[in-house]
Design a protein around this ligand. Sequence first.
Ligand code: PLP
Length: 424
Amino acid sequence: MTSTSDLLARRNRTIGPYSPLFYSEPLQFVSAKGVWFTEANGDRYLDGYNNVPHVGHCNDRVVRALSEQAATLNVHTRYLNERVIDYSERLLATFDPHLDRIFFGNSGSEANELAIRIARQLTGNIGMIVSDYSYHGTTITLAGLTTGLQTAVPLDPHVRTLRIPDLDRDPRPDAEVLSEALASLDASIASLQEAGYGVAACLFDSLFSTEGMPRVPAGLVTGIVDRVRAAGGMVIADEVQSGFGRTGSHMWGYQFAGMTPDLVTLGKPMGNGHPMSAVVTSEAVLDAFGSRNEFFNTFAGNPVSAAVGEAVLVEMEEKQLMTRAATLGAEALARFREFAGQYDFVRSAKGTGMFLGLDFAVDGAPAPHLAKQVVEGVKARKVLISRIGRDESVLKVRPPLAFGQAELPILLDALAAALDEVSV
Ligand SMILES: Cc1ncc(COP(=O)(O)O)c(C=O)c1O
């Protein structure tokens, strides 16, 4: 196998040095199974980070479904195919009854791009509202509203941003924090209307993953939804990170947040690594858009993707992965809370289900260097996690949902040992 330094040099000469790599010393895996990666020398790493291999890396059911369908028929959607419809029905049955129509895509970016295109057409407006530290994808429209990742594209003039408050970082009463956030949204809506853009949509991730999983005041999400609708806009729930049972309590993040979106975008875990995404919406919205646009997407919703997507759902059901996320997540969160009580530099434990974090702070100021030390310290114990948030001070523990009871102590022990080693 090529040495890490040689491969890095070749990578820099081909795909360039700018595409991000994790860790000061990057990792090079040769295989993965379930929740374990393997290096060429046989060393194994526990995956506490990746949500794409949702039902486990190289899952047997998914691999079998993919290869059998690829060996039988793969074709675009201009021919009838029962498997695609079976899958659509099965997936749509997991949504609230009014969300009963689907457009397929190939990436989260494509799904968000389409959702915005639909919202603009149906509302006749172009104004967009997003959180002030968020990421929704790679297209030019999405680059123009990216606030949580470096992009040379300035914010589009018709985009307004909303600061998502975190009660764990704000000592004021919840009601005061809530009314400040909603007043700032009111001002953004007024400014979009005054500028003649109107409000097409508000796009957000119900768990506020990129934002660092802030603990938001009760009524924030529903307050946003009500105001955006009253202004004539649509609500797009980005489920690329928060969907597919990740929260443990609900299949979809929007259900966890207690709101009803007009459009829901899916991605990452949907195909367990096979590129798949979707926009889920109502019959009225699909009709309004579909009847005016001959919308066709060559690779999206093909029979191989449908076979893969269906295998993911069957695997989730058979292994009861959402329930598992609830049980293991509660156990892990309890330990995370102990960590928060034990170490002065841990401000709070964050998250729900199998999406958890610890927020690091020293003297009230975010401490990204400590989060980095812990990520590296956990890696030294052959467990993979990462960090998120505006300050990169929040650990990101978001393993495949196939993560099991046997693996939890390995992750928690590695974390405990890395926390013990932190030098402030
Ligand atoms: C919340 C969210 N939405 C959308 C995307 C874009 O998805 P993709 O990279 O599949 O285009 C991402 C990717 O990280 C994401 O985290």
